[in-house]
Ligand binder design. Sequence first.
Ligand code: GCV
Length: 700
Amino acid sequence: MSRIITLLLFLLTSLGLRAEDGYRLWLRYDRLAGAPAVTTVVLATPGGADSPTLTAARQELQSGLGGLTGATPTITLQKTGGEIAAAGAEGYALRTAADGAVHISANSDTGVLYGAFALLRHLQTGRSLEKLDLTSAPRISRRILNHWDNLNGFIERGYAGFSLWQWFYLPGIRDPRYRDYARACASLGLNGAVLTNVNANALVLTPTYLAKVAALADEFRPYGIRVYLTARFSAPLEIGGLKTADPLDPAVAAWWKAKVDEIYRHVPDFGGFVVKANSEGQPGPQDYGRTHADGANMLADALAPHRGIVMWRAFVYAAENTVDRVKQAYNEFTPLDGKFRPNVVVQIKNGPLDFMPREPFSPLFGAMPKTPLAPELQLTQEYLGMSTQLAFLAPMWKEVLDADTWARREPVESAAGRGSTVARVADGSLRHQPLSVIAGVANTGTDRNWTGHPLAQANWYAFGRLAWDHTLSSEAIADEWTRMTFGHDAKLVQTITSLLLGSRETVVNYSMPLGLHHIMAEGHHYGPGPWATHQRADWSSIYYHQADAAGLGAARSAGGSNAIAQYAPELAALWGDPEKCPENLLLWFHHVAWDHPMKSGRPLWDELCLRYQQGVDEVRAMQRAWVSLAGQIDEPRFTEVQARLQRQADDAVIWRDACLLYFQTFSQRPLPAGVEPPAHDLDYYKAIKLRYAPGHPSDY
Ligand code: GCV
């Protein structure tokens, strides 16, 4: 039997057909019934001359249009008549001429490449080419994936295999996958990749590794992708032979300047550094009594002559600091506003804590008007079920990007800050800042399908699309991705898009509803651990949920840690009042009595229990929805998603039972009707130890 299957697979492969394994991502160019014929494509740039980027565009169009329409088009190059208005440096214009030829015009070769991918997307999503006339330009200039990849191949919080960068084999042996990675990124308009973990290794700055970095940069360059590295602040000590890394020591500054010059000799378009300093044990300027600005500026000065930038992370908190952890970054960074060089961006996680399933936006976005601020989003699902569970994150990112910081738009607009959204802070439009960056912690790895969970590809896709245009809706992104990745059947599209769109809220419901946060198991962060205590208070769940006989939730309003005061007064007034605070953030900001009446009329305890149950029910509904697609999806992807949804359903039950049994020891209330009784006692759940979970360096 197995011989027959092997033979069949061999025959299919030799016929050019293959089992769908997810490798092609959304760049699947299978024949599309009804796709309009495209016989001629004109690529127009100011120079009209060929280049590696235009070659890449041509190759993509040839294979893409050839596959989708069944006919390979004629592709010609020409000069643009003048600047393409509204396209900017990287945008494009797509237009169908009277003779039926499609013109892709741009002010740069990269713009044409992006236009080529946009044309393919247009066809792949079933849109017409008739009277096509659109211009698109990115709203944010640096759209960057951050890879938390170590030089030994391990990816911190990576759940889809090992690092794509094969450091041992570079620079000579180059995995063809580098090009496919670059194609995928370019298809979304992503234009940067930080190759290394923010928990940095200075070795990558040595000549041997810089040659390898240069090889990757060469692979990515035709696709408009610049490479960036993480700079270990203590590198002058570790690889430079200096006795200090004090940023104000001239010898240290000179060492970095020489190192940066050396990097640019290897990689002339090197993008710059990301730095995690004085956070979670990483070295930094505070080791020498200096500030984050001192450290960032020293590196920025070295990079400035080459037009490189520093992305200095604001993810800082310290064990010895007794101030509420969610307040610490604001306290450290707001006094530094206006003190950074123009080529420094402060990179801020979307929330003030750490990529929880739901957080309010970080108050820093509304509090550093003189500094370019970059949102850091996390594609890899560290706290949302890794690549085992389905959580489509576009709705979460939109929630943050669309959030109004209420920051004042001084000096021009003095009215209250309505419209001062995180997105407008990030894209620089609020304060006319020229440098704009958005960063996403990648979810890619060596798994054949790149992201482990076949549907987690949608998070890579969504990040890229939002980085290009944060005004796109989650619905539109889910629709595009589904059509490109699975097909156009109406029921299929409807089913998969609604699965995607509801999935993040489902994870919130069965893991950390109503504003609960940081109650996951220690270390690997997969599964519940509301009982977790650690020698570091700020790594303990009890620090965050503050459950006691009276109630549940972190007290962060005026009577508590007053973290609420870090937000604009309009928001503080809303969120600081438990009667007005949106229920999805209630336990983030307030310690609430178990019998506190919720909007449903139920007491908090009952509401909490029913939210956990709802999460479980929703996963089961997701399973049923997926099964309804049997026969409409290729077998490998269908089976893989089905198995992962089953695991998600089992894990959701564990979350519900573990959390409710634990919180019940405080509430002393029965489970309300409609909540399934747990199959085990609390000790059973406490005893669960997941060994060797992926993405976490130690055992558990
Ligand atoms: C790269 C969390 C993660 C760490 C990560 C850190 C950071 O603490 O658990 O793995 O380190 O965030 O963003 O720097």
